[in-house]
Write a protein that binds this ligand. Structure first.
Ligand code: FAD
Ligand code: 2HG
Ligand code: ZN
Length: 510
């Protein structure tokens, strides 16, 4: 039976999932350097003369040195990593970023570029005393061409603010993610964020038209073009997309915004097993074709934990798996008919056990809210080990089952993600961080991913947490080219050290 969406989430509270996660525990995480036994590299140590210099470049209120003011910039969103920075700088212009970097480079002071600090791999916070360069004040929209869809803005603009702005011009941002209320477009680009609609709008290597970035020595690299086609030499903007602040600080961005869809419909369905879920994906692609904009899955444990911890209600009852299908099209009647027809057809075939379809914006928002809350829900119980992997679809869910057996009753293992991109998020939620559980999970998970040719980081990046595992997904020759690029663009290694690139093992040093 198709249940009415009217019963949906009467008690849905619009708690900001960002703050929800941040204040789940008052216990401060251990310093990353101690937790993961990292040795400080030979960088300069901040002196009062340096602080005076920064105050002369920025206004005093944009140089934070008070311990309690600096603390939130030292701790990541999942409260796993904690740095020991003594200073946060908040530039307002590219020129200020350039002056800061040029000074830091000359004085061998390491820096950590930071956007909304929603990253999930520890890349956005310092490890030791790196200077935090937070771009929150670089939040101006520079131009929008509503014919071509080219938006030009500063890197510190919050994704949701940009989306609201372009919607007034009948456009949308080409990416959407649960952290949209806090993450910056510069952070999105630096992590090559994927998100909920990559299936439809592609990744940022396709949408980003141009970038302005500042290199470690303060040189401003101007690739801020808004052209769709520009084959004049190397496509340098791609160096900054996904380089997680290790090659430069992104200061401005040009991005292509697709047309605002006239019709949006959403279905939330219960499914018996993963095999049926895959069949449903295949069927959705052929039945919904060009209007399919998202195909997301969550297992029973993901949804039950989320509705329980976030005090939401599940509109369709208890099922082993859930699928969220969204369409973006131009004809509301046609599109919702298509989705309803799909629902009836697949209920008849048995692939869907129960479900609901809606085109009402408020209801759509409520269902997405359940999906977007999964990331923060486990943190309410204490600690979550997060894994973001891509796998061949036939192996997509196997690792969750393997891990459940391996972990036993030590923790709760659940899987959800972007089926359309082969990207599953495996969360292992426990009451607290434990070295024993960590050793059970890593490197086992990465070994399993490598065995089937998957990626150990599908969309969140490598950050601080995964450099030592990058070899599971990157060939030696590719890694060497990455090192060569780093050496050429940041010879003193001041940009986001301890992130992305693993240290060269002693055995390979000559
Ligand atoms: P930060 O976390 O501040 O930084 C991330 C990395 O980028 C760091 O290495 C930092 O040094 C670097 N960086 C930031 N700004 C700059 C800059 N201007 N120049 C150079 N380097 C910079 N990610 C996805 O891909 N898909 C999702 O669906 C998704 N959903 C999420 C949902 C939730 C609830 C949360 C908390 C996170 C989610 N993420 C997701 C992860 C995260 O939000 C993204 O990685 C996001 O793009 C990070 O943006 P940020 O501004 O917060 O960057
Ligand atoms: C999502 O898709 C995010 O919700 C977060 O990428 C995933 O927290 C996670 O594991
Ligand atoms: Zn994701």
């Amino acid at each position: 039976m198709i249940k009415s969406i009217a019963i949906l989430i009467s008690n849905l509270n619009k708690t900001n999932i960002i703050s929800q996660a941040k204040y789940t525990t008052s216990v401060l995480p251990q310093f990353s350097s101690e937790k993961y036994a990292v040795k400080r590299k030979n960088f300069g140590i901040l002196k009062s003369a340096d602080v005076e210099y920064f105050k002369s470049v920025l206004s005093e209120d944009r140089v934070l040195t008070d311990e309690s003011d600096v603390l939130p910039f030292n701790i990541d969103w999942i409260k796993n990593c904690r740095g020991q920075s003594k200073i946060v700088l908040k530039p307002k212009t590219t020129d200020e970023v350039s002056q800061i970097l040029s000074y830091c480079n000359k004085n061998r002071l390491a820096v950590c570029p930071q956007g909304g600090n929603t990253g999930l791999v520890g890349g956005s916070v310092p490890v030791f005393d790196e200077i935090v360069i937070n771009l929150v004040h670089m939040n101006k929209i520079i131009s929008l061409d509503d014919i071509s869809g080219a938006l030009v803005c500063e890197a510190g603009c919050i994704l949701e603010n940009l989306d609201n702005y372009v919607r007034d011009h009948n456009l949308i941002m080409p990416l959407d993610l649960g952290a949209k209320g806090s993450c910056h477009i510069g952070g999105n680009i630096s992590t090559n964020a994927g998100g909920l609609r990559l299936l439809r709008y592609g990744n940022l290597h396709g949408s980003v038209l141009g970038i302005e970035a500042v290199k470690a020595d303060g040189t401003v690299v101007d690739c801020l073009r808004t052209l769709k086609k520009d084959n004049t030499g190397y496509h340098l903007k791609h160096l900054f997309i996904g380089s997680e602040g290790t090659l430069g600080v992104v200061t401005k961005v040009a991005i292509h915004c697709p047309a605002l869809p006239k019709a949006v419909s959403l279905g939330f369905f219960g499914v018996e097993n993963f095999e049926n879920l895959l069949k449903l994906y295949k069927s959705a692609k052929s039945s919904l074709g060009e209007i399919l904009s998202a195909f997301e899955m969550a297992d029973n444990k993901s949804i039950s934990l989320t509705v329980e911890n976030c005090k939401l209600s599940n509109p369709i009852g208890d099922y082993p798996f859930y699928v969220l299908i969204e369409t973006h099209g131009s004809d509301e009647t046609h599109d919702s008919e298509k989705l309803n027809r799909f629902l009836s057809q697949e209920m008849e075939s048995g692939l869907i056990l129960d479900g609901t379809v809606t085109s009402e914006p408020a209801k759509i928002k409520n269902i997405w809210h359940i999906r977007e809350s999964i990331a923060g829900a486990g943190l309410i119980n204490g600690y979550v080990f997060k894994y973001d992997v891509s796998l061949p679809l036939r192996n997509y869910y196997d690792l969750v089952l393997t891990l459940r057996t391996r972990v036993g009753d030590r923790a709760r293992v659940y899987g959800y993600g972007h089926v359309g991109d082969g990207n599953i998020h495996i969360n292992v939620s426990a009451s607290k961080y434990s070295k024993e559980l960590y050793a059970i999970l890593e490197p086992f998970i990465y070994e399993e991913v490598a065995k089937v040719g998957g990626s150990i980081s599908a969309e969140h990046g490598v950050g601080f947490r995964k450099p030592q595992f990058i070899h599971y997904s990157k060939d030696k020759t590719a890694l060497q080219l990455m090192r060569d690029l780093k050496q050429s663009m940041d010879p003193n290694g001041i940009l986001n050290p301890y992130k992305v690139l693993p240290d060269v093992p002693d055995i390979e040093k000559d």
